[in-house]
Write a new protein. Sequence first.
Length: 231
Amino acid sequence: MMQTTPCSVHALELGPMENFIYLICDHASATAAVVDPAWEVPEIIRLADRLGVTITDILLTHSHHDHINGLQEILERYDAQLHLMKVEAKFWGHELEKPTLHYGGDHIELGKTRIEVLHTPGHTPGAACYLTGNNLITGDTLFVFGCGRCDLSGGNPEQMYTTLKRLKENLPRDTVIHPGHNYAEKPTTTLEEQIEGNPFMHFDAVHDFVHYRMHEHDRIRHAPYRAIRQQ
Ligand SMILES: [Fe+2]
């Protein structure tokens, strides 16, 4: 079959916290990058086998337990290169065997697929989003009609405000968002739809955003998140 795009993105929803684990598959080389391997690693392996790809790279959006608890099991099965932000590796403080450390603005080559690394702090200091074609894998930075918490260790709501503003200003509106958790009524969305309906995208003043994220949001809104019109 002719492939018109160099890669495809496949999602698995695994574990008790509704995590999304992604495979970015490069068609030319039949290799894949797994993003945030966690929970049921046999399911990830089964998907890779079904797609006929070998996992050569592991990409972490951040170091929280629910996004990395399958890392060792993946490394035991595949000879795969681990990628994460240098800042996140330092924040995590975990002994890692020869990871490739990224700085944001750099990229990863997966066969003929180019994956850009975006530094998106706010949920954690070295949180990353991964952009390939018009697909953006956002981890706990941006959810469908939501965004990641900023009150945990290493969280910073001012940084989250800037991160979301940059995504809004720098990426095409038809960018497809692939979040780290299934917290809405549908698994994916577009940036356009988030600019319209995601309340975290509606702020023009950082202090209003910080108040909403830190004190208001979790009292008044619960998953599954739905679109909110800008007031
Ligand atoms: Fe997280």
